[in-house]
Ligand binder design. Structure first.
Ligand SMILES: [Ca+2]
Ligand SMILES: [Ca+2]
Length: 208
């Protein structure tokens, strides 16, 4: 630090903005305003990028989970003739038919390395595999897989997985990864459907 800087910092009477009403002081105020504006913009840009990266990361985990589960659920059905059920937060073999032997004829599991857990949902909510289509949890009334406006799979015709507390930006990215051809009506079409009010993402696992 040179002697001039030391003097300026030690003397409260010579703070840059208070030196005088001259052009020097006015310019400092303009500089300060510009700096604050730029910083505000930068903070906004950085926070948007962090949010986007976070949504991307969460959607990737959900997509990987779905792709991992589909063949396991299919194998369970081939072995037992039944649709699978696994609920995070619930206990007992009847709520974990993929990971615990429910005493069902033909069962050759476990089909999962561990029982389903809420930690499988990167958005913090529960995650349940239903042994039927919960029509009320889909965007409309069951799954309109081919996006032609008519329901294709409902009630006992398939098995689905629901992730709770999924923000819309994450749900949209999951939909883009799996349902991209039906992007036009993404909420109510394809094998990924989403309910905005409940932040509930439901995915068709299998429809034998
Ligand atoms: Ca249809
Ligand atoms: Ca969709």
């Amino acid at each position: 630090m040179n002697p001039d800087q030391s003097h300026a910092l030690s003397d409260p009477g010579v703070l840059p903005l208070e030196r005088s009403a001259s052009g020097r002081g006015a310019f400092s105020l303009v500089e300060l305003a510009i700096t604050m504006t730029v910083m505000t913009i930068l903070v906004g840009v950085v926070s948007m990028r962090v949010t986007d990266v976070s949504a991307e990361s969460k959607s990737t985990k959900i997509v990987e989970c779905i792709r991992d589960l589909r063949p396991r659920a299919t194998q369970y059905h081939q072995d037992t003739g039944r649709l699978p059920r696994e609920y995070s937060g619930w206990f007992g073999p009847s709520f974990h038919t993929l990971s615990e032997d429910p005493g069902t004829a033909g069962w050759e599991g476990p089909y999962l390395d561990s029982p389903i857990r809420a930690s499988w949902n990167p958005c913090g909510g529960q995650v349940h595999i239903f042994n039927y289509i919960v029509d009320a949890y889909t965007g409309d009334d069951g799954f309109d897989v081919d996006a032609n406006g008519a329901t294709d799979v409902r009630e006992s015709q398939g098995s689905m997985i629901t992730f709770w507390d999924v923000p819309e930006d994450v749900a949209r990215k999951v939909d883009e990864a799996i349902d991209s051809p039906t992007a036009q009506g993404w909420l109510n079409a394809g094998s990924i459907e989403y309910q905005r009010d409940e932040q509930r993402l439901s995915v068709l696992l299998l429809a034998p």
